[in-house]
Design a protein around this ligand. Structure first.
Ligand code: GRG
Length: 270
């Protein structure tokens, strides 16, 4: 991992929270801070900064989008842990937000993170209109065509086959990974790289969820890719998707950082 990219993300998130500390109700702020600063891997903003580098967009330019993406990811995890969703008492090795702060505050902390993400996006687009297409794509990926749509499929479909569970995973988890990889490509005008990043992002987005299934095998969720297709097939698909991701980057010499991240995602243990 490139430490300076992780630090840039961390510093920008911290700065934003420091600006808001006095403006938000104390308990709400604490719940938001508890969730956002709790050992998340920061994979999505990191990928966005690497992808920006790949298409020659500066990290300073893309950073507000990377921050908003991480805020959206964290809101989704708070809501996903609620009793009406996945009902999880733990997240990242500590009590989940609603267990620590109560359901009402956790729900509102998720809502507030989502709103802060869009406030931050609007502020960025106001000063840098180049970001408008990327911001719009990010909103689409986070919404009912993307992450929320995937989550809704989980609660509205009873019987999954491979096609349906693939669609669910690509939306629920893959859409934010696609946003991370593709937003910078909306800022530059390189069609070849845009297309390559599109293929790369779809492959690693799905791969990320399948790898998560394999890491979380003990939970053996029936509405997961692993639950529907089995462990062996899931492991085969992870390998296949990894190959697709590498192939998409093959023509490009300056894609080593993206290749390294792909390697990390394929081999990750948490
Ligand atoms: C509630 C609107 C809404 C959406 C929830 C993201 C999501 C949709 C559900 C999370 C369920 C889940 C654990 C899926 C597995 C893939 C995934 C998103 C894992 C968590 O992402 P990481 O590993 O998390 O990047 P960290 O903790 O590192 O930030």
């Amino acid at each position: 991992m490139i430490d300076s990219y992780l630090k840039k993300t961390e510093d920008a998130l911290r700065k934003l929270f420091d600006e808001k500390r006095r403006l938000y109700p104390e308990r709400l702020f604490s719940a938001m801070e508890y969730s956002v600063f709790s050992s998340g891997k920061r994979v999505r903003p990191y990928l966005m900064l690497l992808s920006a580098d790949f298409v020659d967009v500066s990290s300073e330019k893309i950073l507000p989008l990377a921050v908003s993406l991480e805020l959206i990811h964290n809101y989704s995890l708070i809501h996903d842990d609620l009793p009406c969703m996945d009902d999880d008492d733990f997240r990242r090795g500590k009590t989940s937000c609603h267990k620590a702060f109560g359901e009402a505050i956790a729900l509102l902390a998720g809502d507030a993170l989502l709103n802060l993400a869009y406030e931050n996006l609007f502020e960025a687009v106001k000063t840098d209109p180049d970001l408008i297409m990327a911001a719009s794509y990010l909103a689409k990926c986070a919404g009912a065509e993307g992450m929320i749509g995937g989550q809704a499929m989980e609660f509205s479909i009873d019987a999954f086959d491979e096609t349906l569970i693939t669609e669910l995973c690509m939306k629920k988890t893959g859409a934010l990974i696609c946003a991370a990889a593709l937003c910078p490509a909306f800022v530059c005008a390189d069609r070849e790289k845009f297309n390559a990043l599109g293929t790369f992002a779809s492959a690693i987005g799905l791969c990320f969820q399948l790898k998560d299934d394999l890491l979380d095998e003990n939970k053996s969720e029936p509405k997961s890719y692993l639950g529907v297709t089995g462990k062996e097939h899931t492991a085969d698909m992870v390998a296949k998707l990894g190959k697709i991701a590498f192939k998409a980057l093959e023509p490009f010499e300056n894609a080593d950082n993206l290749r390294n991240l792909t390697e990390f995602l394929l081999n990750r243990t948490r």
